[in-house]
Design a protein around this ligand. Structure first.
Ligand code: NAD
Length: 304
């Protein structure tokens, strides 16, 4: 098996001052990448700022013989995103890898969700991913090479009580990846979606203590390293990674029911079991493939 080596590669990890992002930045550098350690140094809810958080990771990389520079911009503005990408271009001349990882949490059930908490979480996760990914993608497209990891969450993909802002933002990120995998395909820019779970300050009061211990960040990092590598030829995959468990999740579409004539609501009710059935369901790479398959199914049904 070939060794994954990032020598000659330049990477940005957002939110790399702590938790998962810090571990990705350290491992990318250990494997030879030149790394931009972006971190605003905020509290878990997004308040405050502390440049020392990114500086300490840069120091750790340099003292181990690696190359890294710090960036303290917030991911959540277009200027911040451009500055983060320019930090890589100015320090290292190019950009090959982007790990969108920065994140905050402001959990509340929807009934208690104020606009500030909604906006703050969407701004860092969803808008932040747009703000950094767009300038990064423009450069990668020009270069004909790129690896982008988007950080989503099962809270969005599957749902988690009390995380409506976070779940919406994380599902939005998956939607962005679904589109960018197509727009990046002919430029060799692969875009994959990570669904991690790890014991960090973000999950400290959400996980049971034994689980927190077992779910070390280092269990997520190997999957991220592979997704960042030239060896990874997949794009648009949703990858779960935690505590030694790695799997793919996907949106599949059931076979459904077809009607040659306009169905009534009662016809829909009568076919509900078939409409809801996911057995024999299929994954579609894009909407055209799904619609084409549905139209073929309709035409076949109409001929019967
Ligand atoms: P963490 O709180 O330990 O680290 C997040 C880092 O992002 C912090 O260092 C913080 O300063 C930085 N940050 C926050 N806002 C920023 C901004 N606007 N600009 C730049 N940096 C900013 O969290 P973590 O658990 O390591 O989470 C990392 C990512 O993984 C997040 O996107 C999170 O939503 C996602 N995630 C984590 C888990 C988990 O179980 N820990 C589960 C699913 C998804």
């Amino acid at each position: 098996m070939s060794k994954i080596d990032f020598t000659g590669r330049v990477a940005i990890v957002t939110g790399a001052g702590a938790g998962l992002g810090k571990d990705y930045a350290l491992e990318l550098a250990r494997r030879g990448a030149k790394v931009v350690v972006n971190d605003l140094g905020s509290a878990r809810d997004g308040g405050g700022a502390d440049a020392a958080v990114a500086d300490l990771v840069v120091e750790e990389i340099r003292s181990a013989g690696g190359e890294a520079v710090a960036n303290y911009d917030s991911v959540s503005t277009p200027t911040g995103g451009t500055n983060i990408v320019n930090t890589a271009l100015e320090a290292f001349g190019k950009l090959d890898i982007l790990v969108n990882n920065a994140g905050i949490l402001r959990d509340k059930s929807l009934s208690k969700m104020d606009e500030d908490s909604w906006d703050a979480v969407l701004e860092v996760h969803l808008k932040g991913t747009y703000c950094v990914t767009r300038p990064a993608f423009l450069h990668m497209r020009e270069n004909g090479y790129g690896r982008i990891v988007m950080t989503s969450s099962v809270s969005g993909l599957l749902g988690n009580f009390g995380q409506s802002n976070y779940g919406a933002a994380k599902m939005g990120i998956a939607g962005l990846a679904n589109v960018l995998k197509l727009e990046g395909a002919k430029y060799n820019v692969k875009v994959n979606v990570l669904l991690p779970s790890a014991g960090t300050r973000m999950t400290q009061d959400l996980m049971a203590p034994e689980m927190f211990e077992k779910f070390g960040v280092e269990w997520v990092t190997p999957a991220v390293m592979y997704l960042c590598s030239e060896e990874c030829q997949d794009t648009g995959a949703y990858i779960n990674a935690f505590a030694g468990y790695y799997s793919r999740s996907a949106v599949i579409t059931g076979q459904g029911a077809a009607f040659a004539e306009l169905p009534s609501a009662e016809d829909i009710m009568g076919s509900w079991d078939r409409i809801m059935n996911l057995e024999g369901g299929a994954y579609h790479e894009d909407l055209t493939k799904m619609v084409t398959e549905a139209v073929t199914f309709l035409m076949t049904a109409a001929q019967k």
